[in-house]
Design a binder for this molecule. Sequence first.
Ligand code: ZN
Length: 318
Amino acid sequence: MRRGRSSQLIRDMLSEFSINTKKLVMPIFLDESLNGKREIPSMPGIFRYDLKSFSIHLEDLVSSGITNILLFGIPGKKDSIGSSSYAEDGIVQRAISLAKEKFKVNVFVDLCLCEYTDTGQCGIIKDGYVDNDSTLSVYNRIAVSYAKAGADFVAPSGMMDGQVGSIRKALDAAGYQNVMIMAYSNKYASSLYSPFRDAADSAPKIGDRKSYQMDYRRAEEFILETSMDVEEGADVIMVKPGLFYLDIVKSVKQKFSLPLAVYSVSGEYSMLKTALEKGILPAEVLDEYIYSIFRAGADIVISYFALELGKRYQETKN
Ligand SMILES: [Zn+2]
């Protein structure tokens, strides 16, 4: 076996994977109350942006070969129905227009209510419970507002039943047949989201999300969850988180033929980033990290390391 590993040239020739930065997606947080950018304490090196600093960040991304972005909004005001989420002049809607007018990028937009509701829940509360169907009608409204602003993909992340089908119908009815849906098909109730909640100011103030996010003790539920999204018209399916769920990534890839995105979440980023900053792990660990997710079967990887990886692969020319 060692003959096949004897030189760098031979190793490169025999490798089955190589990283294409066009397959990486950078998540970006937009904060309506901010002037400039502000680092997120639990995610060193990741910032919240206002529109002006967002534009500078986009230049940096594009010149590093990263042309896919996933937007999250933090509104100036929250209420019980998350009404800022579908405002025409909302921070996300304005960011979409800016990105599409000035840059050649694919714009994915997270579609959920947890950043917009005063409860921090992903839907509308009725009698102390997140009500599925009234939440869907708000999701539809948000989707159309994002499409109108120019989004390429909407990505409903709230795990309401029927959300993909409902949004597909709403988009079609409004004339946005070409706007695609990336479905958070398999989103596990994970502790690895906790730095994100700090980033997006979306921690639930009432209860938790276990009544709609998946239980990581179940290994086969992904089949039903993914099948439903496929039937409802998803264009891209997803597994989230990444690293602790690579078995699920592989299984989904084997069973379904739609493009598969893996969301490598904030906790994965913060663990690795902290170890890198402290010098506990070398920078090369990032290669192993990103290759492991593609090797498991991802077609697209959403990673807070996207910019860093873009720069890394530009420097080393892979
Ligand atoms: Zn949510």
